[in-house]
Design a protein around this ligand. Structure first.
Ligand SMILES: [Cu+2]
Length: 128
């Protein structure tokens, strides 16, 4: 029971956060809190209404990825590379220490190699 409630609540929470911009100035003040943002890739696109996610400098971010196809992803600027597949959803946790707009690109879908030209998504980090 607890598990199913949590999994329902969590995407709603992420969605609320995505659209409650700008965040209050002290949103990142609690260093122990981790903000989870759920991201789903299907048909080689991130299923979001906007192509960017906005966070505040100093927040600890957990990007919780799911994908309908194996893919290697690269968060530029922070230079984090990771893989997601249907069998293995991935959580990428980091502190948003640098402000700016950072593309998240594919480094290959379905075992292909090569760099996607267009960003799947942008991470926007705003000053605290
Ligand atoms: Cu790249």
């Amino acid at each position: 029971m607890k598990t199913s409630r949590y999994s329902l609540w969590c995407p709603m929470f992420a969605t609320l956060l995505l659209f409650s911009v700008p965040a209050p100035a002290n949103a990142g003040a609690d260093e122990t809190s981790i903000r989870t943002i759920e991201l789903v890739i299907s048909e080689r696109m991130v299923q979001l209404e906007e192509n960017s996610i906005r966070v505040t400098q100093g927040e600890t971010i957990d990007l919780a990825w799911k994908s309908d196809e194996p893919v290697k992803l690269h968060l530029h600027g922070y230079d984090i590379e990771f893989e997601v597949s249907p069998e293995a959803p991935t959580s990428v946790t980091f502190e948003a220490h640098a402000t700016g707009r950072f593309p998240i690109t594919s480094h290959g879908f379905g075992g292909e190699h090569g760099h996607g030209d267009e960003a799947l998504l942008y991470l926007e980090v705003y000053p605290d």
